[in-house]
Unconditional design. Sequence first.
Lengths: 284, 275, 367
Amino acid sequence: MTLRRWLTVILLLLPGLGLILGLIGTVVWIAIAQSFGLYGLNGEDQFTLQYWAEVTDRRVFARSIRYSFYVGTVSAILSVALAYPLAIWLRKPFTGSMTIGAILKAPMLVHGLVAAFLFINVIAYHGILNQAMQALGIWDEPRRLQNDSNAIGVLILQVWKNMPFALLLLTGAVQGISDDVLDAARDLGAGAWDRFRKVIAPLSISAMQAAMVIIFIGAMADFSFQVIAGPTNRQSMSQLMVFFKDRGDWHSAAVVGVTLMGLAMLGASALAFLARLVMKGRSR
Amino acid sequence: MTREQLNKALLILLLVICTIWLVIPFGMAILWSLVDPSEPWTADRLLPPAMSFWRWRDMWENSSLQVAMATSYTLAPLAALLSLALATPTAYALGRIAFPGRELAKLLCLLPLVVPGFVTAIFFTSLLFQLGLHTWRFGAILFAHAVLALPYAIRIMTVSFEQVRQDHIDAARDLGATPLARFRVAFLPALRPGIFATLLIVFIQSIEEFAIAFILGSPDVVTIPTLLFSALGQDYVRPNAAVLSLILVVPNVILMLILERLLKSANPTLASGKG
Amino acid sequence: MLKSIFTATAALALSTAMSNAQDLSAMSWDEIVAQAQEEGELTWYVWYLQDDLRRAVQAFEEEYGIDVTIPEGTNASNADKLLAERDRETGDIDVFAWGYDSFANVTLDELFMPLTMLPEDAGRVSSLAGVDGGDHVLAFWGNQSGIAYDPAHVDAENLPQTPEDFAAFWQANPGRFGFNYENGGSGPSYYQNMLRAMTGVDFSDGEVTDDRIAALEPGFDFFNEHAEHYVITAGNADSIIRVSDGELWMVPAWEDHLAGLQNRGEVRDDIAFYIPEMGMNGGGNGVAIPLNAPHPAAALVFMNWLTSAETQTMFNSTFGTAPMNTAADDSAALVPNEQRAFSTVWGAQPFRGAVEEAFIDAVILER
């Protein structure tokens, strides 16, 4: 690349990535410094590895990592897996397709906290779900569904809120594929699955990766769904972070925070890479 | 089965799913919003024992809701536009120019998403205070929201730029189109869904964001999430939260439909011509 | 470099704020009141019952002609704002209310003005819930944790009073007792007092040693043995709501929180409350004035009013809180006074924090 071209790239990156690095980069730096005992909000400022040693030694730390990873990965995969067929179905407009699109996207417009509280109401001990199941004679007595230990409640909420986002991105990408390409594939005898695998997937993989990565990070760093609907015998990383923070232990909170940042970035790249591998597309 | 029949079957299936997807939660929200303060609605009853519009009236008349709505619905669209404007050059570079380190740059763009909430809440705002932005609170929140939403805007627009087809650009150029005309015929059709998605997502991010808008704005500038978090916080008044969320969903849906219509061109599938 | 910017501005802010405070300390109380009236307004960041408190401060506004703004906000967001703007020369917060034990998490003289210019009043309370507010914090709201129960299912004559009683209740009514371990202090108050009552460990000693934590083992085992019979809830509010819904029959709760939810028609008003004989913690909220308060004189006059015997008597009758001025009348509390004797003080830090971590590791994660 020529110098001139480099200059163009840098100028182009400046307002977006530049702002991010300048402002958020500073903040990230503060979080990292805090995890090593600096930038204390309570006076003392001393470089130390003590907080890393102490926090990583706690059992709850490893468990929260595993748990957050689980929620992030499953939410991302489920949301995208559900959104793909819908996006393909809605690729070409037909009567009512716009209404369906709007209905499917509506959950995006409901605040997460509100969604969580509505959900808890539905599955409450005497809630509508329990009452319906009893009325149908499927269950003999109400079941305790709130805060289930497999985090199914959290996953349902995550998918409810994030599937529309994946759908939005995938619809755009799938609509960008021209009919000629698909027709050509059909003429060459490709079945539906082959057309998806060989044509649609490679051409929409960027959108899929973007959706996957963003949902993964959001779900992994989730606090509010976890606090309201999550299992009470496990903590997500954000929850653990707030646990420390509320005690005024900023440094330990920062250790968890920095770990979360690192793993989210790592996980996001891994997920993007895997998605590409599975789709085996020759993407551009 | 013909495509028509298939659509019909799928429509019915979807209707059932929608009931679970939307009707139950929203129906519950409507019922909750009608609970009269004279008697609480406990979960062992199918319907609230006493229903009235008292909470709707009270919320509309006695809280800072009207001011907050005006603020939020000015703030969010502006944040969406600003974020889109800031993101587009970067997205162009990431989507259309092959340069070493592009994947790393894409990854770094995600930074605002991974930074823990309490860190942004305290240190990002503290940074903005020190940059002197707090003299115009609204502007400070606007800027903060636009920056924090950049990952969405950049990633989405990057995907869109990748989908612009070089042959279209070349064809336009060969036909002697001006840069503006070239943009309109070659870029815009492919970018439209991305622009729509970006505006919608950033709008939602801004309208939902609480911590930063509160720290920078309070006590003068109040946004909707401040009211919502108060209603769902320590005093956790479910009926009030239901009223608030319903009041919010309506304008959101209308906005989304307007935006969709505005940006709905001829479907790019149909406009894209020969591959 | 960044670091130096931060500290330099912090030092600058600190020095200007200090001079504000010093100006005030040179004044007589009458002069401070005069300046307060000149300032004419103040903003009180308080994280709960904002609507009711707005009504309560009208008496102050009428008496002094100073407007009080109480912004909406939550506990966490108010605290974040306080910390985020600590380096500003002039902030937005005049009076800051916080859970009394939260004040122990910050260095008081780096954030708050000394209150030495307030008129002498021996009745004020600056030490509460095991935290000494010194010259910087005054209590204005006393509350009590205890057990909320559903009288439709629990016999009011035969309430559990000791750990053994509770275990008996758990066994007789599996799945009907719940407590939280985070999002509010009622559950922690419950399990810490259970641990104290069972093991006899002295919680007023803040020292953390392996031996002292190990001494709590029998208590952890007790909770683990009965793990099947009780429920862990998601927080203070979740506990009470599940009693109101008829799912749970008994949960730890805060007396003032329960009363607030009942007044708002959020939960059933027949839910009753008591303090068990084994003891549960009293707590409360305090107020302080940030160093960079925009209206420091008005803030001082407001604090003087808020912590006075008359106002505390009014709070007692309006909110049912324990008065935080010894000269106030406390006859209107929600709990009979003989039960108040069971009120205990929160464990001293850092021991209390270590107990909470150990409890999560040994009991919560084992479920």
